[in-house]
Design a protein around this ligand. Structure first.
Ligand SMILES: NC(=O)c1ccc[n+]([C@@H]2O[C@H](COP(=O)([O-])OP(=O)(O)OC[C@H]3O[C@@H](n4cnc5c(N)ncnc54)[C@H](OP(=O)(O)O)[C@@H]3O)[C@@H](O)[C@H]2O)c1
Length: 283
């Protein structure tokens, strides 16, 4: 698997498997199928409620730990130095691991600075995480965090797909040494992504699917991707994006699809800040 090198030298697979919205009861089977298909990077979160199931699949898969790259995330209700530390230990226990490869602040809300201090300690002092980063940080928040702390986030996982391309954000992250990672590479199918005429035309030209073109376009831009599917045939399809290359014209045609706006919600919208900020974990 092709990798990107994070700002601390850690190698991260450029393509992994996301488990958001896979119900806990289905997650072990889905992750086992993904591992069998060849995925070695897994993206979960305390907020997804399926860390234990991911852990069971990892255990059952019996793949050497060093070959896996496991990401999980800290939820807002666990923000703050002490709580973040405890939340990390809970995630580690649920996953059944002795370290995680990447630990992210899931949302840019609450006591982010306290959380970051705890994460710096997990990273520097205890070696329980190989890299730390953030998610859903707009550039202003990201720069503020970088400028007032010691460890620069290795990754910022943000909504990135053909209709919301984040090229300026990616450039700023590149200047600051932060790897961009896409969530929702298919925009979860919104905007009729899978039948979009531009994407369909490019897919036909390569004998590939729209999903493969989208993932290829992201990987070719240097964006880490973590597509989700519960279907083994799609898992395999989504991995099979390394045997073709989009031309400059095709990249430009996809660039023209950018609307510059989220298809989900704006993390700077006060109503969203309040709604997400008041969402607590079930257990
Ligand atoms: N940090 C954050 O705030 C955040 C937010 C959202 C997501 N994420 C992460 O990013 C990952 C990916 O994003 P996502 O799950 O929201 O959405 P996504 O990967 O953009 O889309 C998933 C949807 O596409 C379908 N699909 C997958 N492969 C396909 C293919 N080859 N052809 C046609 N349809 C296909 C899936 O259906 P089937 O499952 O039925 O195949 C599912 O409905 C998540 O799982 C999670 O790990 C993070």
């Amino acid at each position: 698997m092709q990798t990107v090198t994070l700002n601390n030298g850690v190698e991260m697979p450029v393509l992994g498997f996301g488990v958001y919205q896979i119900p806990p009861a289905e997650t072990e089977r889905a992750v086992s199928d993904a591992l069998a298909a060849g995925y070695r990077s897994l993206d979960t979160a305390a907020g997804y409620g399926n860390e234990e199931a991911v852990g069971r699949a990892i255990k059952a898969g019996d793949i050497p730990r060093a070959e896996l790259f496991v990401t999980t995330k800290l939820w807002i209700s666990d923000a703050g130095e002490d709580r973040a530390r405890r939340a990390f230990e809970t995630s580690l226990r649920k996953l059944g691991l002795d370290h995680v490869d990447l630990y992210l602040i899931h949302q840019p809300y609450g006591d982010v600075y306290g959380s970051w201090r705890a994460m710096e300690n997990l990273y520097n002092g205890d070696g329980l995480v190989r890299a730390i980063g953030v998610s859903n940080f707009h550039p202003d928040r990201l720069v503020d965090l970088i400028d007032h702390n010691e460890v620069v986030p290795a990754v910022n996982q943000i909504e990135t797909h053909p209709f919301f391309q984040r090229t300026a954000d990616q450039e700023l992250m590149r200047e600051r040494g932060v790897q961009i990672e896409s969530w929702g590479p298919f925009a979860e199918g919104r905007n009729n992504l899978f039948t979009d005429p531009v994407l369909s035309g490019i897919a036909a030209a390569h004998g590939k699917s729209v999903a493969q073109v989208v993932l290829r376009w992201l990987v070719q831009r240097g964006v880490v991707v973590i597509p989700k599917s519960v279907r083994p045939e799609r898992m395999a399809e989504n991995l099979d994006v390394f045997d073709f290359r989009l031309t400059g014209d095709q990249m430009a045609a996809i660039a023209a699809l950018d609307t510059g706006a989220s298809l989900f919600f704006d993390h700077r919208d006060p109503a969203i800040v309040s709604r997400l900020g008041n969402t607590t974990l079930d257990s």
